[in-house]
Design a protein around this ligand. Structure first.
Ligand SMILES: [Zn+2]
Length: 405
């Protein structure tokens, strides 16, 4: 015989008496303290909601036993508990804060989905009630910021009007006649949830009795997930927690920036602009510095027999970003070859004037065969990083020997 589901007609029922139909050992479950033994209990009637339709299961007590999970098994509701429950009568007690939270989120979801559908033609294709955040997936065009806020505002207006939420039963045809939102395939008597003057849709979940109990709906992000638009939201206590934590983050940021909350966007935009300007300044200064250092280094390196100048230097205490522009500047001089290595990091840059005529890629390959590292480049310009910065001087010596041949 099917379990009589008490929550269908009274979602506020927390304590109930039932008869144990069976209690059998189940697969062990993972609890806080590792794997633990578990039993499956079927009752003749229950107020425990099993995971279904996007709403997670209830928790609570069956007699002395803790309810760890509740799931549907065809017509039966199966309670997974942490100890054996003796046959006969048993009292059930649903963990109310958890259940009421689920009720707030679920009714809030119906209302929010109805607003997206009605106002912006965006149907909800799935709903997920998570530990922290709830989501609905909308199908259709990308909801604009105005549409997201419009749906939120309309849903909150219906909450402030405290409209009744009713459970309706009927056949598919009867529900279709009174305007059920979603087509259903199932035959027989169906259950639907009605939010007066707002929504009617088939649902087996638990709901608050009037929209006022949703408290508030807060829409947060919207992201693309496959072909749909996933809207994050929270209702009731969750909306309060989300708003509070958002404000707390703002408070920390404004304290470190020394500005008022309302000035935050302008202050951050200004900081980003300043950062971009400074970045450009640093690049320009590095360019100038590279030019000056290159001129010095070239002047101090006399040309060899065929006019080639090899400028090999182990650099210390210079910014890593100087390496590349410095090598490039040196290589602008006729027949010059720059061999630079930064001793602190083991970064290597080799560059040459095209007329110097060496193959730096081949030279680097030889160096890296003796001193492990990663890198590469063209005949005229290569970059690498040695695994051991301690190899810097020896690697440079070797590179110098190769290009001087
Ligand atoms: Zn529902």
């Amino acid at each position: 015989m099917a379990t009589h589901r008490l929550y269908y007609d009274d979602s506020y029922l927390q304590n109930f008496e039932a008869r144990v139909v069976c209690c059998l050992p189940a697969e062990p479950v993972r609890g806080i303290a590792g794997t633990q033994a578990a039993w499956e209990v079927v009752l003749d009637r229950t107020a425990f909601y099993p995971t279904s339709g996007g709403q997670p299961n209830d928790l609570g007590l069956l007699g002395e036993a803790n309810v760890l999970d509740v799931h549907d098994d065809d017509e039966d509701v199966v309670h997974i508990v942490d100890r054996e429950v003796t046959t006969g009568e048993v009292s059930g007690c649903v963990n109310w804060p958890r259940r009421f939270d689920h009720m707030q989120q679920h009714t809030g979801q119906h209302l929010l989905s109805a607003m997206f559908q009605e106002r912006f033609g965006l149907p909800t294709v799935s709903f997920h009630l998570g530990e922290e955040i709830c989501t609905i997936d909308l199908r259709g065009h990308e909801p604009s910021r105005d549409e997201l806020m419009g749906a939120q505002r309309a849903a909150n207006r219906a909450i402030f009007e405290d409209r009744p939420v009713n459970v309706r039963y009927g056949t598919r045809e009867e529900l279709a006649r009174i305007g059920v939102r979603k087509e259903v395939e199932r035959e027989g008597i169906l259950r639907a949830i009605e939010i007066e003057s707002a929504d009617l849709q088939p649902c087996g979940g638990t709901h608050v009795k009037s929209t006022g109990q949703i408290g508030l709906i807060l829409v947060r992000a919207c992201t693309k997930v496959r072909q749909d638009w996933r809207v994050e939201f929270g209702c009731g206590h969750r909306a309060e927690r989300l708003a509070t934590s958002d404000y707390e983050r703002q408070r920390i940021i404004t304290a470190s920036l020394g500005c008022a909350v309302e000035d935050l966007p302008e202050t951050v935009a200004k900081l980003v602009r300043e950062r971009d300007v400074q970045f450009k300044n640093v690049r320009a200064l590095l360019g100038q510095l590279a030019e000056a250092r290159a001129a010095q280094m070239v002047a101090m390196a006399p040309p060899g027999a065929n006019g080639t100048r090899v400028i090999a230097t182990v650099l210390q205490g210079v910014h890593a970003d100087l390496l590349q522009p410095l090598a490039t500047e040196i290589a602008k001089n006729e027949k010059a070859i720059a061999l630079l290595v930064l001793v602190e990091s083991g970064q290597v840059v080799l560059a040459q004037h095209p007329e110097a005529g060496r193959d730096l890629a081949a030279a680097l390959k030889q160096v890296l065969a003796s001193f492990p590292g990663k890198g590469g480049g063209s005949k005229d310009f290569v970059r690498a990083k040695l695994v051991n910065a301690g190899d810097s001087a020896a690697a440079l010596e070797m590179a110098k020997r190769i290009v001087s041949q």
